[in-house]
Every structure is written in structure tokens, then in C-alpha cells.
Design a protein around this ligand. Structure first.
Ligand SMILES: *Cc1c(COP(=O)(O)O)cnc(C)c1O
Length: 387
């Protein structure tokens, strides 16, 4: 049986996959089972931050594999401690809880916020406000946090205590704060799955001030926007806000499963022994991989991200078949005249892998994609949008 046939028969049918089997790759180029090459403009949905099989990343992973691949969290290991220090020193956050995915990083953020509020204001202060059209994960609690009804259908009852407000409407947020006992507000600086929609800076600032006044924790979901993606280490750094909690995952370990929840001053000691845990959280190999990624996200790399972002934005703006460009850094949404799915299919046939998000073509290339490879991909995308 072919791999595609086997997958269709035995793997749960949750993914509408393209009819392509990827077998190998290097950098921003992947190869399918027929030997055809593709430029990868999705990087595993913003996961392979430095592309496929990056030499420095691979060396870090292999070096750790040669030492120890896993120990339980009953013992200390170097990569986990080193990664936590790196993340705290680069953000000003105080402590980190490690898990294995974005949803888990958000679960931890929600637990931290509820525990803080329960201890400080009373256990009835459990509501978490999120934005409409947001995406926070697939577990029952992060689905409840996700402000898109269609994800909820047939999975009820979801975890109670979530309220969704209109993105950009400060009065709606004020009303929700007045009519609920609120622990936290959780936002994405750029709604990724929601269609690459950046938050309005004035709204973000006003929401941040409201949270501060009311001792409501501000959680920023940086699962997709984090780790250099927007031209800053974390997307909130593009805005005039300081989150109490930051969750991240996707690109953090460059292609190995990881989740991290960064805890600021207010919540640094909210968790004590036994209050939360994860078997694989802080795994030495994933943590060593993440150290190698975070160490390389310096000003030079971030300048490159901004330059390449500007290049793409300029190259596609106003071109035939393109209605607009959204996003920040190398998190790019292209509103196309043709359905985004049709453009994605045409691009794939011409050797370029792109993502979609709602009505947009979504690009999340590797942060270090070479300029000539990027230019080649952009010319194919332009062609596919125009024809
Ligand atoms: C992908 C994503 C998640 C979920 O991450 P998983 O690793 O799939 O659990 C949560 N929040 C945002 C903003 C995401 O983009």
C-alpha cells in the first residue's frame, strides 16, 4: 500500500492533507517522494525556525542525544535550566514552566492566572476574557478560550469561565470586565489562524492599562508570533505593553515539540510543588534545541527578518490578483482575489508550499530563508495569484 493510502486507512482523519509525501529537505527546500523540490514557505506552521536540518540546530540536538535524551523532572538537567535562564534574561520575565505544545503552554497560562486570582481576589475571579476570532488550541480548555464557535460544535460542554469580546472594541472589554469576575485577558498580537490580523496598537495599550487598573493578568499567546517571527524576539515587544504571562511553542525548538509559559513578577511564585507538571516538559533534547534557536535570534537575524518582510510586502502589494497584505515580520497574510486554497494548490504544483488562514494565503518561512530562495517563491506566488 502507498504511504498516502496507509495514512488514509490508519491515521485519524483530522487533516485534509495535500497529496504530497515529503521525504527530506535542507534549509527552505523540501523534497517529495517523486524527487520534486518545493520551497517551504510554511516551515511546518512556523516551527522550523531555521529551516530543515539546519547544521547548528542539528549539532545541538545530536550533542544532547549523545548525553541523555530524557530524565524525569525529579532530577535537574542542564538544557532546561539554561533555556529558562535565556528566556528570562531576554524578556525580563521571572520563571518558566515547560510543556510540549502551544495548547499546553496556554493551559498553564490559564491555570497560573486562575490560581493567582483565586488566592488574591477570591476563587470566584475565574473568568478569562479572550478575543473573538482568536485561536488558542485544541484541548477542551483552550478550545473554550478560542473565540470561534465552529471549533466548539459537538465538543460541549467545554471548560466554563471564558468570555469572548470584540477585537479592537475597548467598550466591549470594559463591559466584560464589569459584568464578570475576571482573572485574565488573553490575546494574540497577531491572530494567526484567524487570518493574520494584527491587533491595533492603541487597543492593545488601552487593554493593557485596563488590566493593570483592575489587577487582571495580561496573557499574550505567542505560540505562533514568538521566537523572532515578527522581527522582535516576541511580538508583544512591537507594542507598548508588558504581559504578565507569555505562552509560546511552535518555533521555539526549531522542529521538536516544546511549550513554554513565561511567568512575570506577579505570578513568578504562583506555582509550588505539585501545582502543575508534565512528564516531557523541559525534555533535555527539546530544551537543547530551543537553546540553540534562542541564542541565534539576535539583532542581526531580526534585522534580516524585517528586511525580508519588507521585501515580500513591497513585492506583492498592489499586484494583479492581490487585494492586500497583512501581518508583521515574516508572518504574512496575502488577501487574494482567487480563493486562497486555489492559490495554495497552484503554488504547490509550481514547487512552492504556502499556508492559508481564513481568506488569506499565509506565509511563515524560515527566519533565515536565503533572499534568492525567497525571491523565487514570491515570483511563483505572484504568478499564481495573477493567472
Ligand atoms: C498553533 C497555535 C496554538 C496551538 O498550538 P499546538 O502546539 O498545536 O497545541 C495555540 N495558539 C496559537 C496562537 C497558535 O497559533
Amino acid at each position: 500500500m502507498s504511504i498516502i493510502g496507509k495514512d488514509k486507512q490508519y491515521v485519524a482523519g483530522t487533516y485534509n492533507r495535500f497529496p504530497v509525501e515529503i521525504v527530506s529537505g535542507k534549509g527552505s527546500v523540501v523534497v517529495d517522494s517523486a524527487g520534486k523540490e518545493y520551497i517551504d514557505m510554511g516551515s511546518g506552521i512556523g516551527v522550523t525556525s531555521f529551516g530543515i536540518g539546519d547544521d547548528t540546530w542539528k549539532a545541538a540536538v545530536i550533542a544532547q542525544l549523545d548525553k541523555v535524551q530524557h530524565m524525569s523532572n525529579l532530577y535537574y538537567t542542564e538544557p532546561c535550566a539554561k533555556l529558562a535562564e535565556l528566556l528570562c534574561k531576554k524578556t525580563g520575565m521571572k520563571k518558566v514552566f515547560f510543556s510540549n505544545s502551544g495548547a499546553e503552554a496556554n493551559e498553564c497560562a490559564i491555570k497560573a492566572a486562575r490560581k493567582y486570582a483565586a488566592e488574591k481576589k477570591g476563587p470566584e475571579y475565574s473568568t478569562v476574557i479572550t478575543l473573538k476570532n482568536s485561536f488558542h488550541g485544541r484541548t477542551l480548555t483552550t478550545l473554550a478560550a478560542t473565540g470561534q464557535e465552529h471549533y466548539h460544535e459537538l465538543y460541549n460542554p467545554l471548560t466554563p469561565g471564558f468570555v469572548h469580546v470584540e477585537n479592537g472594541n475597548i467598550d466591549d472589554l470594559k463591559a466584560a470586565i464589569e459584568s464578570n469576575k475576571v482573572a485574565a485577558l488573553m490575546i494574540e498580537c497577531i491572530q494567526g489562524e484567524g487570518g493574520v490580523i494584527p491587533i491595533d496598537p492603541a487597543y492593545a495599550k488601552a487593554a493593557y492599562e485596563l488590566c493593570k487598573e483592575n489587577d487582571i493578568l495580561l496573557i499574550v499567546d505567542e505560540v505562533q508570533t514568538g521566537n523572532g517571527r515578527t522581527g522582535k524576539l516576541y511580538a508583544y515587544m512591537n507594542y507598548d505593553i508588558t504581559p504578565d504571562i507569555v505562552s509560546t511553542a511552535k518555533g521555539l525548538a526549531g522542529g521538536l515539540p516544546i511549550g513554554a509559559t513565561l511567568l512575570g513578577e506577579k505570578v513568578e511564585n504562583v506555582f509550588g510543588f505539585g501545582d502543575h507538571g508534565s512528564t516531557f516538559g523541559g525534555n533535555p533534547v527539546a530544551s537543547a534545541a530551543a537553546c540553540s534557536i534562542i541564542e541565534r535570534i539576535d539583532e542581526k537575524l531580526l534585522d534580516g527578518v524585517k528586511q525580508k518582510a519588507e521585501y515580500v510586502r513591497t513585492a506583492v502589494s498592489g499586484k494583479p490578483g492581490i487585494e492586500g497584505v497583512t501581518g508583521l515580520g515574516l508572518m504574512i497574510g496575502i488577501k487574494t482575489v482567487k480563493p486562497a486554497a486555489d492559490v495554495a494548490k497552484a503554488c504547490m504544483e509550481k514547487g512552492v508550499l504556502v499556508l492559508t488562514a481564513k481568506d488569506k494565503v499565509r506565509l511563515l518561512p524560515a527566519l533565515n530563508i536565503p533572499q534568492d530562495v525567497l525571491a523565487k517563491a514570491v515570483s511563483v506566488i505572484l504568478e499564481c495569484c495573477a493567472e
